[in-house]
Design a protein around this ligand. Structure first.
Ligand code: C2E
Ligand code: CA
Ligand code: CA
Ligand code: CA
Length: 277
């Protein structure tokens, strides 16, 4: 039995090492891809309800050559630390893009642009300063910029929370992403300086009829109203979901029903088209 135990540990260690090695390999490839300029950004509209007009955009990174999505490579970028330079590139590229749209479309440009920021980035000592410098460099008003963070990124407090407070003091908006899927969601709302919640798509998916998800989605919009927070429903795929959300009190939504994440050229055509309209 003792030997079997030993064996199990040996197997466990080997599996850990494989994971570590795989991480290091993909991490090195991510580094090379960043240097080679292989990443691109897609922008998904956030729509107002019930009309579906675009109010803002969320930035989502893409790696076209690799055929894997951010759900696969972002966790590796976080574990290897590459998310720090990659995240800087994403933020700066997105802010430069917003500045270009503002220059071209003025009042018809998106009202806000969101960027996902990982816990690892928030723990970098210089991060809030980097945000401030980038806003100045690209001439973007702080209240046009939204930092999306997950509950788990900040729920244990510490440096990440301090950084978030510093970012918020710049006038940048903070959105709590994937809300309802992490730990201690409600208690967190007392300590995290959030402006809005993004209600996770798992609640939206089952929203039809008298489902538990509908009860939860309803409770969440009431909490945001009571706390004077904004709310965005994520992963809205059907007109029926959009309608139910509107009836529950949601005024902002995001999902394939309104638009998939789009390359910048398609965002630009849409903005040009709605200006003519
Ligand atoms: P997220 O921040 O929750 O982003 C929303 C995800 O839901 C995106 O997946 C988006 O394409 C997808 N989505 C949008 N509408 C719908 C819908 O109607 N139905 C369904 N089923 N899905 C929808 P994506 O682009 O694959 O990104 C996955 C995750 O990777 C993001 O989740 C975020 O956690 C992370 N991520 C993406 N881009 C970045 C980035 O630039 N930086 C960081 N740190 N993380 C990122
Ligand atoms: Ca997000
Ligand atoms: Ca989300
Ligand atoms: Ca997610």
């Amino acid at each position: 039995a003792k030997d079997a135990g030993k064996g199990r540990f040996a197997v466990y260690d080997a599996a850990l090492e494989r994971t570590h090695e795989a991480d290091q390999r993909l991490g090195a490839d991510l580094r090379r891809a960043l240097d080679a300029g292989e990443f691109t950004l897609a922008y998904q509209p956030i729509a107002s309800l019930p009309d579906g007009a675009w109010t803002g955009l969320e930035t989502l990174v893409r790696w076209p050559q690799a055929k894997i999505g951010p759900d696969t490579f972002i966790p590796v970028a976080e574990r290897t630390g590459l998310i720090v330079p990659l995240g800087s590139w994403i933020m700066r590229t997105a802010l430069a893009q917003l500045a270009a749209w503002e220059a071209e479309f003025g009042d018809d440009a998106p009202r806000h642009l969101g960027v996902n920021v990982s816990a690892r980035q928030l723990r970098e000592p210089g991060f809030a300063g980097e945000v401030r410098d980038a806003l100045i460099e690209f001439g973007v008003r702080p209240d046009r910029f939204v930092v999306e963070v997950t509950e788990t990124a900040v729920f244990d407090g510490g440096v990440a929370l301090d950084t978030l407070v510093a970012i918020k003091a710049l006038g940048v908006r903070v959105a709590l992403d994937d809300f309802g899927t992490g730990h201690s969601s409600l208690g967190l709302l007392r300590t995290v300086p959030a402006d809005s919640l993004k209600v996770d798509k798992s609640f939206v998916a089952g929203i039809g009829g008298a489902s538990e998800e509908a009860v939860i989605a309803s409770a969440m919009i009431q909490i945001t109203e009571g706390l004077h927070l904004g709310a965005v429903a994520e992963g809205v795929e059907t007109a029926a979901q959009a309608e139910t959300l509107y009836e529950l009190g949601y005024r902002f939504a995001q999902g394939y029903h309104f638009s998939r994440p789009l390359p910048p050229a398609e965002v630009r055509s849409h903005l040009a088209g709605s200006r003519l309209a």
